[in-house]
Design a protein around this ligand. Sequence first.
Ligand SMILES: Nc1ncnc2c1ncn2[C@@H]1O[C@H](COP(=O)(O)OP(=O)(O)OP(=O)(O)O)[C@@H](O)[C@H]1O
Ligand SMILES: [Mg+2]
Length: 223
Amino acid sequence: MLELAGIGRDFEVGEQTVHALRDVELNVAAGEYLSIMGPSGSGKSTLLNVIGLLDRPTRGRYCLDGTDVTVLDGAARAELRRDKVGFVFQFFHLVPRLTAAENVGLPLVLAGVEPDERRVRVARALERLDLVSRASHRPDQLSGGQRQRVAIARATIMEPRLLLADEPTGNLDRHSGHEVLELIEALHASGLTLLVVTHDPEIGRRAGRRIHVVDGRVEEQVP
Ligand SMILES: Nc1ncnc2c1ncn2[C@@H]1O[C@H](COP(=O)(O)OP(=O)(O)OP(=O)(O)O)[C@@H](O)[C@H]1O
Ligand SMILES: [Mg+2]
């Protein structure tokens, strides 16, 4: 499903060039579950952003479902991201002024889905994530675990085949973190390809494959 070959990502900061990713080779088959670990600043988020089409590599070739996405323009990449990729972040990235239901429905609005169908799909998602009683709460009126559940509902409302989570439990207490991880893993069990960045070795061990990122390079951890 994912094929990365010779992927590099440089950031120019003033006179300095940061090599956030170097020569990354990575293939992921549909339905796999990978964890991505490594020290702070090693390039984990950069890797996830490239895979999720939020960022563009400086060099190399990246094929998503057989399409070379490095040659696509911004609009085509955005469309592909919308249809294929769900993203969950450590700090939730919800829209503060919108209710839980509105946040969940936002990708549908952007995709031009009709209001009636939107209502049905949002209601179903809220139910699945046990958020019905919080549908009209704004993010600041929700607990961390609830916010992350809203983010998961939003990330999956377009029924993507790829779910990318960047430290999804990093800002949650143990209990809510566990709950969130179980929800994400249930989505994997239902067929989504799952990549999780984590600092928690206990979470890292749960994945089928473990990737270690050090100084922008990707190494496979053989169990
Ligand atoms: N937009 C940017 N501009 C300049 N440098 C950047 C940018 N984004 C990331 N970097 C640099 O790239 C390197 C990798 O950053 P990245 O965020 O991928 O690390 P990370 O492994 O996710 O770290 P953490 O565990 O702290 O989240 C770092 O040295 C960082 O300073
Ligand atoms: Mg990061």
